[in-house]
Ligand binder design. Sequence first.
Ligand SMILES: Nc1ncnc2c1ncn2[C@@H]1O[C@H](COP(=O)(O)OP(=O)(O)OP(=O)(O)O)[C@@H](O)[C@H]1O
Length: 720
Amino acid sequence: MLTVIKNVLSYLRTYKLLTALFLLTLLFDLAFLSLAPLSFKFIIDKAVEPRDLGYFFFILKVLIVSGVICLSFGILSDYVLAKLNARVQTELRKRLFEHLQYLNIDFFHKARAGDLISYFSVDLPAVERVMTAMLTTGIQSLTVVLVSTVALFYLQWSMAILILIGAMVIFIGPYLLGRRAHAVNENYINQFSQMTSDIQENMKAQKVIKGYNLQADMIKKFSARLQLLSVSSYQRQVMNYQMERLPLISLLFINLTIIGLGSYLALKGHITIGALIAFFTMYTSMGNSVFNLTFIIPSFTDAQVSMERIAHLLDQPRESNGRFSLSPSDDNRQVDIRVDDVTFGYQDNQPVLQNVSLHISPGTKVAFVGSSGSGKSTLLQLLLGFYDPQLGQVQVNSIKLQDWERGAYRERIGVVFQDNFLFHGSIYDNIRISQPSATREDVVAAAKQAEIHDYISGLPDGYETLVLDEGSNFSGGQRQRIAIARAILRDPPLLLLDEATSALDPISESSINRTFEEIAKDRTVVSVTHRLSSITSYDQIFVFDQGKLLDHGSHQQMLANGGFYKSLWEKQSGLSLSQNGQEATIDEERLSRLPFFQGIERSVLKEISNLFNTETYGVGQTVIHEGEPGEKFYLIARGRVEITKSTPDTETGQVRLAVLEDGDHFGEIALLENVPRTATVYALTPCVFLTLQRKVLYYILSRYPEIDAHVRQTLKERRS
Ligand SMILES: Nc1ncnc2c1ncn2[C@@H]1O[C@H](COP(=O)(O)OP(=O)(O)OP(=O)(O)O)[C@@H](O)[C@H]1O
C-alpha cells in the first residue's frame, strides 16, 4: 500500500500547483463535513437551552452560508481532481507509448498485442482509480473516522426512519442526470476504443514505422488522439464526480433539515437534545467511513500489480542509438554496406547467421537467395538495424551500424516487405506517410511509377478512398503497389525488398518486377527473394544455406561455378506460366531432372509433360489433407507451401515438417500406389501447381513396358 501511495505522489509531483489547489479545496470541503457537528454545541447551548429563536436563526444562517461556501469548494475540488487525473493519465499514456516506439523489435515478437493493449486499457485505469480513491474517499474517510472516533464517546443514535427516507432522496439526483451521464460516458468509451485501435495498429506496423523512421510522426498523431481522449475523459470525470456529489448535496439537505427540524422539535420540547445529536452523527459515523475505506482497498491491490507491470515495461531496453548522423564522406545518396564476419541468433547459442561477410557497393543491385530458413530475411533485418549482431559488425559508409543515429540511417531507406502495413486513413495519407513534406504532385508521381495511379483515380473517392482493416478492401497486388509508391516517394538511396512479390499472383508479380527494375536505377537495392528468374540481371547474388554464405557472384558466374545456386536454378527453370497465370507447363528437360524420370527418352517425357494439369490455390487453402487417399503428384510451379503432420506432442496438434517453394515437389508416392497422405499441405502464398494423376501416367507408360517398370522400380526404391 505504501508503494502505491509513493507512486501516486510521484505522479503528482509534476503537477504541484494543481495538487496544492486540490488539497486546499478539499480542506474546505472537509472542514465543513468534520466541523458541522460542532454547530450543535452552539445551537444547544446558545439557542435551544435559552430558547433564543433569534440566535437559532443566526446559527442556521452561518451554517447555510458556510455550507454553500464549502459546497462550492467541493465542486471546485471535483474539477481540479478531474484535471489532475486527466493530466497524470495523459502523461503516463504518452510516456508508455513513446517508450514502445523505441523498443527493440524483438520485444514485439515476444509480447502479445493484447497484453500490450492492456497496459493502456487495464493498468492505467487501475492507477487512475486508486489515485481518485486515495484523494477522495481515502482522505475523507480517514479524516471522518478520526473525528467520529472522538465523537463516539459522547453520542448515541436514533430516528432511523428519517435516514431511510433520506436514502431514497439520495437517488433522485443521479436519476435526473442519467441521460447526460450516459452520453458523456459513451463518448469517452468511443474515444478510448479508438485509442486502443490506434495502438494495436501501431504495434502491428512496427516494421514499417521503424523502416521509415516514423516514430516521431506516430507520437504526434497519437498526441492528437490523446488530446481528444483527454477532453472526453475530463468531461466523464466531472460527470462522475457530479453523480457522486449529488447524493452528498441531498445528504447536506437532509443534514440541514435534521438540524433545523430536530432543533426546532427540541426547542419545542418534542425530542431530547441527546437524540438530536445522535441522529446527526449518523452521517459521520465511523462505521460508514470504515466501510468506505474497506471499499477502496481492492483498488490498491489492483494498482500495485499494474504499477509493477508499467515499471517493468518502462524497464525494457530501447533500440541502441549511436551519435553519427552523417559520415565524414557522406553525400547522402551513397550507401556502402559491409557485413563483417557477422554471427547472429534470435536466441543465445542458436545462430541463424554464422560468420557472414559481404560487401554491397553503392548503386549496385544485390540479392540474397537460398533455401527457406537459411537466414536471408534475418540478414536484411540486421541491415535495417532491427537487431544487433552477436559477433562481427555491419558497417554503413564505414561506420558501425550501432554507432549511427538509427533515425538518420533509416531516413535513407525505403523498404518493401512481403506484407506491408496500411494504416487506417486515406490512400493518399498511406503513401505520403514516408515523406510528410511531399506535395500532392509528388504523391501522384510516386503512384504512377508504382503503376497504381490509374486504379486509384478510378475509385469513386480517388486518393481519399479509406483503407479499411489494414487494407482488406484492396487486393494483395494493390496493397503492395501502394507500399511501393510509399517507398518511391521517399526516394531512398537504399531500397530493401523482402520477398516483396511472393504474395502476389504471377501477373502482378511480373509487372511489379518491371516496376522495381525501373525504380532501382541510381540506388542500392538489396532484394531477398526465392524466385531466381527475377534477379538474373543483378550485379551480385549472395547464396545462403543454413545461415552460411555459400557463394556469391553474378547469375552467369554462379551458374558457371555449379554448386548450390545452379541446383536452385535448375529446380526453378523449365517451368513456365501463361500470361494470366492460370496455365503452367513443364518441359522435358525439367522432367528428366525428376529422380523417377531420369534416363527416360525425351519423346516419352514430351508425352508425359502434356499430361500435367494446372491447379491454383489461394493463401491458407489446404492442398492435401493428411489421411486422404492420394492419387496425384504435385510440382510447385510458383508459390510456397507448408507441410505439417499431426502429433499429440504440440499445443496445436501439428508439427511443421518443411516449407517447399518454386520447383519443389511432393506426393510422389501417389504415383506408385493409392496410399493415404502422410502429411497435410497448406498454401502459404498464392500457388500454381502442376499435377500428374497416377492413372493417366500409367495409361501412357503402358505403351512402354520397360519405362513403366523403370519408373515403378525407382519409385519403390525412393519409398523405402
Ligand atoms: N523473430 C524470430 N524469432 C526467432 N526465430 C526466428 C525469428 N525470425 C526468424 N527466425 C528463425 O530464423 C531462421 C531464419 O529465418 P529467416 O526468416 O531469416 O530465413 P529466410 O531465409 O528468410 O527464410 P524464408 O525464405 O522462409 O523467409 C529460421 O529458422 C526462422 O525460424
